[in-house]
Design a binder for this molecule. Structure first.
Ligand code: CTP
Ligand code: MG
Length: 201
C-alpha cells in the first residue's frame, strides 16, 4: 500500500471573514501544518488544494476541492489521508490511529470522531421537535483516510454535496468506520476560533 495526502485549503472562508488557510497558528500557516501532519503520517506525496504556495486551484465546494486533490495523486497511491487546513491542531497520534485502521485493509474509509457534548435538538423553526439520543451521535474530524479506488468511485457516482468525503462513501454503500478522534483537534471556522486554537496549542 502507498499512502498519499490531500490538504484542502481552498474555499472562501465566509464565516471567518476571508481566506484562512494562510493564517498562522504557532507561527506556521495552517496549510503548512496540514502538510507536515500528513508527511509525518507517512504520505509519500501531499497535494495542497488552495491559493497557497505550491497549491493547485480548488473547486466551488469542499468536495470539489477534495476531488481535484485526489485526481492529482500519483499513479500507485492507493490510500489517502484527506485533511482540512482549518484543523491546525491535529496531531501525529490521531493521524496514526487513522492510518493504522486503514492499513488493516478491510474498510473503505476511516473517520476520527469525538462524542457530542451538547444536547442536540431537532427544530422546526423556533420549535423543538425532539431531543436526539446523543449516545448514538458523534462529531467527525479530519484527517479522514480512504481507499483511493473507493473514494474516486463514490465521487464519480454521486454529485450531490457532502460535508465530508466519508458521507459520499456512506451514500454509495461503502464501509466507513470510526477511530477515536481528539477533542483538541479544533476547527477554525469563525475569527474567534483562532484565539481558542492558539490557547489550546
Ligand atoms: N475547502 C476547500 N474548498 C472549498 C471549501 C472548503 O478546500 N470550496 C476547505 C477549507 O479550506 C477548509 C475545509 O475545506 O480547510 C473546511 O471548510 P470550511 O471550514 O467550511 O472553509 P470555507 O468553506 O472556506 O469556510 P466557509 O464555509 O465559512 O465559507
Ligand atoms: Mg465551507
Amino acid at each position: 500500500m502507498t499512502l498519499g495526502g490531500v490538504v484542502v485549503a481552498a474555499g472562501r472562508g465566509e464565516r471567518f471573514g476571508g481566506p484562512k488557510a494562510p493564517v498562522e497558528v504557532g507561527g506556521t500557516p495552517m496549510w503548512r501544518r496540514g502538510v507536515a501532519l500528513l508527511e509525518a503520517a507517512g504520505a509519500v506525496q501531499v497535494v495542497v488544494v488552495g491559493d497557497v504556495p505550491g497549491g493547485i486551484p480548488g473547486g466551488e465546494r469542499r468536495r470539489d476541492s477534495v476531488a481535484i486533490g485526489v485526481a492529482a495523486l500519483e499513479e500507485g497511491v492507493d490510500m489517502v489521508l484527506v485533511h482540512d487546513a482549518a484543523r491546525p491542531l491535529a496531531d501525529a497520534s490521531l493521524a496514526s490511529r487513522v492510518v493504522e485502521r486503514l492499513l488493516r485493509g478491510d474498510v473503505d474509509a476511516v473517520v476520527p470522531v469525538v462524542p457530542v457534548r451538547d444536547t442536540i435538538k431537532r427544530l422546526a423553526g423556533e420549535v423543538v421537535v425532539e431531543t436526539i439520543d446523543r449516545s448514538a451521535l458523534a462529531a467527525a474530524q479530519t484527517p479522514q483516510g480512504f481507499r483511493v479506488a473507493a473514494l474516486a468511485a463514490a465521487q464519480a457516482a454521486d454529485g450531490a454535496d457532502a460535508s465530508d468525503e466519508a458521507a459520499l462513501i456512506e451514500r454509495n454503500g461503502g464501509v466507513v468506520v470510526t477511530v477515536p478522534g481528539d477533542p483538541g483537534n479544533l476547527k477554525v471556522t469563525y475569527p474567534e476560533d483562532l484565539a481558542i486554537v492558539e490557547a489550546y496549542r
